[in-house]
Structure formats: C-alpha cells, structure tokens
Design a protein around this ligand. Structure first.
Ligand code: ZN
Length: 351
C-alpha cells in the first residue's frame, strides 16, 4: 500500500514544531477529489500560520501549503470528467458557491471561505483532499513546477491588477517587493497591460530580477529617500497605482509616491497591521486605498491561461524535498528567496 507522507505543524512558534508522519491514502467523499501533490509553493501565509499570528483559531496538527499543482489520484463517485493522472491546479481559497457574494462571482468575499493550509490541510503532503469544484484540469503539456509557482501568487496579483483596480496603457505603477511572489507576477501583468512600472528591490540581484521581468525602473526601499526617487522618476507627479503587500511603515511611505487621484491596492501586512495616515493630503488629492484578498474563480482561470500562453513567466528560487520544507520556511522568513520556494512531493519521473 502507498504510504502517504504529511508534514504536520504540531506547535506554533518561530520556528514552529513540525513532525513528518506517514499514514493511509486519503479517501474522497462524493464530491471530493484526492490529488497527488507534485509541487507545493511556500507563502508568507504559511509563516503566519506557523507562528500562530493569524487572527483566527487554527486546530493543530495542521498541514501547511496552499500553492499546489498535482495530478488526480482518485475521485468521489459523483465527480465526473477527472480521470486519474490528469494534471490539475487547485484554487486554495475554497468558496461555498452559494452565499450572496459567491452568487455574484465575488468568491474572495465568500462568507464561508476556507483556506488550504489554514482551515484545512494543505499541500505539504503526498496527497490532498479538496472539493472537486476547486480543482482545475490543465493541459498535459503544463509544467507542474511552473504551475505551482503561479497558482496562488500569480492569481493574487491578477486579482489586485484586474479586479480590484483597472490599468490603462501608459499609467505609472509602483510594485513593492519585486522578488516576492506577488511582486514578480504584478510586474509582468502590469507590463502586459501597457503600464510603465517602477519596482522596489533591496539588493542588486533582486533589482536585476525586476528588470528581467520588465520593470522600467527599480528603487531600493531600504534607502530612506526612496519615495523621493519614485517622485523624481515620475517628474514629481507620483504613480497612479501602487501594488503593496507589506504593510506597516512601507505602506505609509507609499503615500509619498502616490499621484493625485491615485490608488494603493494592498493585500498583506507582514511589516505591521496598523498604519498612521495623514488625512489632509489623502482627501485633497482624492486618493484611495483598496483592500484585496485572495482571488475569484475568474482571476484563477485567467492566471492559468496567462501561464499557458506564455504571458506569465514563472519565477522559482529553489526546489526542496518535503524533508527540507522547514529549511525553506526559514529561508522565506529571512527574506532570502528570489521568487518561489517549491517543495517537491512526487518523484521527478512522474511529473
Ligand atoms: Zn460563498
């Protein structure tokens, strides 16, 4: 019998305590699918879950990981059209499909949302059990490494740039953190939609990555005067849109880079959940700050299409075996990753 490995978080901390266990194969109920995980990307959400810093109760043990590619292993008896061996991507923000927001295609606002790797077990395991409606078949030719690297980070950026905001060709856009998952895909999406892009990066290597992805200019956000540099690059006008996912002081500094009538779209708070905001310039310049969370099903599908037609280039830092996943989390926490850190589950010849 196949032994199913799973890396369980058993105690919160920085680092948390994990144990690698083996168990029985998972069995799907009527509308569920068991996916053999090929690759699972690590995300800052995993760090928050590991540390117990999310503002919600998490029952332990828990398997982390929401950035998943794999192949269908077995299906419930009411699931049709998903043959074993089919390559798939999994939407990690599981939505109910029936609440008022889901009915309106606003799946990221679902009243009964569950996150893979947070509310239910994620992808740091040989097998994962998910509702069939969250599993999307992809062409046989799809590279599963590339798929895992864009499935969550790319669709988060897609939601920020095409759902929570609208880009017009020629607009000036600032992308914070070019080396992050969201950052490296936001640069590519913004460029493809015709924007002029300035990105922030904190080292020459990260700046070089930003330029290779299409950024027109790069500034170092570790320098205290970096917002002045953004204003200089935009003839003192500032940028029309900022894609932000860090929060704290960095988000406060973003307002100094923002043009009249400009918007900041934000989806994270790693550097701090509270900020101070000077309301006078904010309303005089008619600026906006817009929250963004997860993705809709349409954002998810668009991201897979963009990957398939070559418009999104995967950015992968490194690939580790499951036994080294905790080392990958440390690398992510220390901000040493340039692009996605992937954990490989299946044997390479099978993927
Ligand atoms: Zn819902």
């Amino acid at each position: 019998m196949r032994h199913v490995r799973r890396l369980e978080l058993v105690k919160h901390g920085e680092p948390g305590e994990f144990r690698l266990v083996t168990g029985e194969p998972l069995l799907p109920s009527h509308h569920e699918v068991v996916v053999a995980v090929a690759y699972c990307g690590l995300n800052r959400l995993d760090l928050w879950t590991e540390q117990g810093r999310l503002p919600l109760p998490i029952s332990l043990p828990r398997v982390l990981g929401g950035e998943i590619s794999g192949t269908i292993l077995r299906t419930g008896n009411r699931v049709h059209g998903m043959a074993p061996g089919t390559k798939v991507a999994i939407q990690s923000n599981i939505y109910c499909g029936s609440c008022e927001y889901c009915q309106n295609e606003e799946h990221s606002l679902c009243l009964h949302s569950q996150l893979l790797g947070v509310h239910r077990d994620g992808g740091l395991s040989d097998e994962i059990l998910v509702p069939a409606s969250m599993v999307h078949p992809v062409p046989d030719s799809t590279d599963l490494k590339s798929l895992a690297s864009v499935v969550l980070a790319g669709s988060t950026a897609m939601h920020m740039l095409t759902n929570r905001s609208t880009i017009h060709p020629g607009q000036k856009i600032l992308v914070i953190g070019a080396n992050s998952g969201v950052g490296c895909y936001a640069i590519q999406i913004a460029k493809a939609l015709g924007a002029w892009v300035v990105a922030t990066a904190s080292s020459p290597e990260k700046a070089s990555l930003a330029r290779s992805l299409g950024a027109d200019a790069v500034v170092n956000h570790h320098l205290t005067h970096w917002p002045h540099e953004v204003r200089r690059l935009t003839a003192k006008q500032g940028v029309d849109l900022i894609i932000e996912h860090v929060g704290g002081t960095l988000l406060e500094q973003c307002f100094h880079c923002l043009a009249r009538n400009g918007s900041i779209v934000t989806c994270g708070a790693t550097a701090g959940q509270s900020i101070s905001l000077n309301l006078w310039p904010f309303f005089v310049k008619q600026q906006k700050i817009i929250g963004s969370y997860g993705r809709t099903h349409a954002d998810f599908i668009h991201t897979l299409q963009w990957l398939e037609n070559g418009q999104l280039k995967p950015v992968i830092d490194s690939i580790h075996p499951l036994e080294s996943a905790t080392a990958g989390l440390i690398q992510l926490r220390n901000r040493q990753a340039i692009g996605k850190i992937l954990i490989q589950l299946q044997n390479p010849e099978n993927v």
